[in-house]
Design a protein around this ligand. Structure first.
Ligand code: SF4
Length: 201
């Protein structure tokens, strides 16, 4: 959405998809939904249609125009792996991330099953690119642990976790207050990227 971000662990946000639907407990207080719904019905506003999911193809090439290297949070206002986003569109997003290799992209999802399936399939050529981090949100034992397992099993070069600390049910090893330094999951099962998903997936 913007080349500036107030999210502490990223420099910019990029939203080639807008809107989403809830999938698990961690969606209950979705910041993106609250923000988007504020503008429902406002003509010409990016969120004129509130939090209804839709593709925004004219945003696809935005990172290619940013010449300074940035940490880019992909779809802070959506979830790239939502079922309404076609495979081909996700591929187009991945192609831009590959071509804009001077940036680092953080792709965060709650749809870990689709992430896993696609990284092992059509997204395989992009899975090993060092400038694309693939991550899942961890909110509680029921939803978080299976997502971690799927992420660990995905053939990604860089993996990360976004921990939502206020939701109970996780062991202490995974709970973070949002002030921890970043860790990359470079090797299967080692460490975790701890942080807070202020919005988005
Ligand atoms: S953007 Fe994330 S938190 Fe919000 S509804 Fe979608 S998956 Fe849930």
């Amino acid at each position: 959405m913007s080349d500036k971000s107030t999210i502490e662990w990223t420099d910019a946000t990029w939203n080639p998809v807008r809107g989403c639907t809830k999938i698990s407990a961690g969606c209950k207080h979705c910041y993106a939904e609250t923000f988007a719904e504020r503008f429902r019905g406002v003509p010409e506003h990016p969120f004129e249609f509130g939090f209804d999911i839709r593709l925004v193809p004219h945003k696809l090439e935005e990172p290619l125009k940013w010449r300074t290297p940035r940490m880019v949070f992909v779809n802070s206002m959506s979830d790239l792996f939502h079922q309404a986003v076609p495979d081909e569109y996700i591929l187009n997003v991945a192609r831009v991330m590959r071509d804009a290799r001077w940036h680092t992209f953080q792709v965060l999802t709650k749809r870990a099953d689709r992430l896993h399936r696609m990284l092992g399939g059509v997204l395989a050529p992009f899975a090993k690119l060092p400038n694309i981090w693939w991550g899942v949100s961890v909110e509680n034992r029921k939803h978080g642990v299976p997502r971690i397992a799927l992420l660990q099993d995905a053939p990604a070069a860089v993996r990360f976790l976004s921990i939502e600390p206020l939701l109970a049910g996780l062991g202490r090893a995974f709970v973070d207050n949002g002030r921890a330094p970043r860790h990359r999951l470079g090797d299967r099962g080692r460490g975790e990227r701890a942080g807070r998903a202020a919005d988005g997936a």
